[in-house]
Design a protein around this ligand. Structure first.
Ligand SMILES: [Fe+2]
Length: 185
């Protein structure tokens, strides 16, 4: 498997874990508990930065190289870029809803939970589609030279979820993922 695809799949695993934590916070919030705002903001900070700065742009480059070589792939993989843009909007909507709750503004709990589910559901389906249609097609079509070209576009940003990362802001999120992994083993 191309090292780039392997890395993207690994990042999907990380994102899916973060979404599970978000779902858990929303489950608690829906049942009347106070959400862990620090954790939810950490989740939103992560989801609003790393995918948009590093993960999605890299996928967009692969998509362009792929469709250039294999125009029929366009219909199979769908509107990848449009979905990436939509994800940015959905996470922003969720951020605004969480901030409204925090500021004690009129915001029904169901509305916040619905926005979270819209976002997590869309992202999970999007990642599954990429893994099912997009990655295998790129893997099959791109030449080693084209993968080198793709690698040149990689943004030099360490995934804050990498356990050896020293980005302190995400320490609590990493700890939470670690304990969640142990609990679900
Ligand atoms: Fe992706």
């Amino acid at each position: 498997m191309s090292a780039v695809i392997e890395q993207l799949r690994k990042e999907h695993v990380g994102m899916a874990k973060v979404l599970s934590l978000l779902d858990e916070e929303m489950r608690k919030f829906k049942s009347g508990e106070v959400m862990d705002y620090l954790m939810v903001h950490s989740i939103l900070d992560y989801m609003e930065t790393f995918p948009d700065i590093a993960h999605h742009p890299l996928e967009n480059v692969i998509r362009d190289v792929l469709v250039n070589r294999d125009p029929a792939a366009d219909a199979v993989i769908g509107d990848l870029k449009g979905e990436h843009d939509r994800l940015s909007v959905l996470v922003q909507n969720l951020r605004e809803a969480v901030q409204a709750v925090e500021a004690d503004l009129e915001m029904p709990r169901e509305d916040v939970v619905a926005k979270a589910h819209e976002y997590t559901g869309f992202l999970m389906r999007h990642m599954q589609k990429e893994e099912h249609d997009f990655f295998p097609r790129a893997q099959k079509v791109l030449s080693p030279e084209e993968w080198l070209l793709v690698e040149e576009s990689i943004v030099d940003m360490l995934d804050p979820l990498e356990m050896d990362s020293r980005i302190e802001e995400y320490e609590a999120l990493r700890r939470e993922i670690c304990s969640w992994e142990k609990a679900t083993d």
